[in-house]
Structures are given as C-alpha cells and as structure tokens.
Design a protein around this ligand. Structure first.
Ligand code: G3P
Length: 224
C-alpha cells in the first residue's frame, strides 16, 4: 500500500514530504480553489518539485475534446503529472485518447465497479473509488474496493491501480489495503492521526521520566 497526500496546500505537502513516506499527491478543483494565492499550474509545478511521484491534476471540461486538450497541457508541466478525469462516458473517451498519447490518467469519482472496469479498459493508470462519500449515504465503501480488486484480478491485462480516495480516518487506510487497494490518498490530518496513540504518548512520557529520575539520583562522576 502506497500513501498519497490529498491536498493542494503546499505547507502540508512540504511537511509530509519530510516524513519520507509520500509516494504521490492528488488534487481536485475544490482543493485547488481552497488555496489562496498561487494559480493552478504554479501549484502543480510546485508540488512536483516537492514530491517525486504521481501528481494528479483534474480537468474541468465536461466533453472529451476539452478534457484531452486540458490533459495534454497539464502533462507538459511535469513528467509526473497524472491527468484526473471524472468517471463519465466523456471521461472514458478522454482516457482512451490520452492513453494512446502515453499520458497517464486517474479516473475519479468512481462509485461502482463497472465505472472502474471501463476506466481500466480505456487504459487508466489509476481509478479512484470514493470511500467516504459512499459511506456518507450508508453504502459499503470497502465492498466497492473488494469488487474492483476482484474484477481486475480476473483480467491479467489490467494493470490499472486502485487508489482509495475520500479517506476520512486512519481505519480507512488499513481497511482499503486489506480490501485490495494499492494506494490510499489521505488528507493531511488523517496522516497525522495515523501516528497518534495514547499508549505511545504515555509510554514515551514514562520512559523519559524514568531516565531523568535516574540521572538526577546518580552521584556526579569523580572527575567532574
Ligand atoms: O481524492 C478525493 C477526495 O478529495 C474527496 O474527498 O473528503 O471531499 O470526499 P472528500
């Protein structure tokens, strides 16, 4: 399981990149719009400088011609840029056309296994099932990942990776891995939360207290 960061915030990406565990970054128009200042191209280029892995940049056209034009432009910004398109018929056509030009695509907003299958057959590099949004409406996000993984497994020609998206909490990461996802793209807060445990905190505090108590009780060295 690889970990991507799901944000367009350069400060978050800079900090998470320092941890040494990031394999890529995903953005979407909402995340880009949330950040003030930098433009879209500038933001994607800056992310690509910080993280050496796939960087998803999403198209906003609703027709295949527009998506292809946007995708060709984005792909020229950096070799690691992945063109993100919605899971629609226009999106599938755009993926087929972009894939023929050697441009990698992330098919997003996947909510059923057939959308993932058609995306894979079109040549998508990754598909993004949205786990949290499915669970928001009482559907089983992990079952979707399991079904996509099982369908992909049946066809040895399918190399498309499953990227679990709309991750809401740390359990979603491990459950996605166990369900067959290859990648989880996580908000910054969820990644930080992964490393938090009260027993880690209390154990760490106890180790430190014991060490300091022993140092304070030790007699000073003779030669001091
Ligand atoms: O990667 C997809 C993600 O950005 C959507 O997450 O939290 O808006 O459902 P969310």
């Amino acid at each position: 399981m690889k970990i991507f960061l799901d944000t367009a915030n350069l400060g978050e990406i800079r900090e998470a990149a320092r941890w040494g565990i990031l394999s890529g970054v995903t953005t979407n128009p909402t995340l880009i719009a949330r950040e003030e200042g930098a433009g879209f191209e500038e933001t994607i280029r800056a992310i690509a400088e910080m993280v050496d892995g796939p960087i998803s940049a999403e198209t906003v056209s609703q027709d295949a011609d527009g998506m292809v034009a946007e995708g060709v432009e984005y792909a020229a910004w950096h070799p690691n840029v992945i063109v993100k398109v919605p899971s629609t018929l226009a999106g599938i056509e755009a993926v087929s056309r972009l894939a023929r030009r050697g441009i990698r695509c992330n098919v997003t907003l996947v909510f059923n296994p057939n959308q993932a299958l058609l995306a894979a057959l079109a040549g998508a590099f990754v598909v993004s099932p949205f786990i949290g949004r499915l669970e928001d409406i009482s559907h089983d996000g992990m079952e979707l990942i399991r079904e996509i993984a099982a369908v992909f497994e049946l066809d040895p020609d399918i190399e498309t990776r499953i990227l679990s998206a709309s991750i809401r909490h740390p359990r979603h990461i491990v459950e996605s891995a166990l369900a067959g996802a290859h990648i989880a793209t996580c908000p910054f807060g969820v990644l930080r939360q992964c490393m938090r445990h009260p027993l880690t905190d209390s154990g760490n505090a106890a180790f430190l207290a014991d060490w300091r108590a022993r140092q304070e009780s030790d007699p000073p060295d003779q030669d001091e």
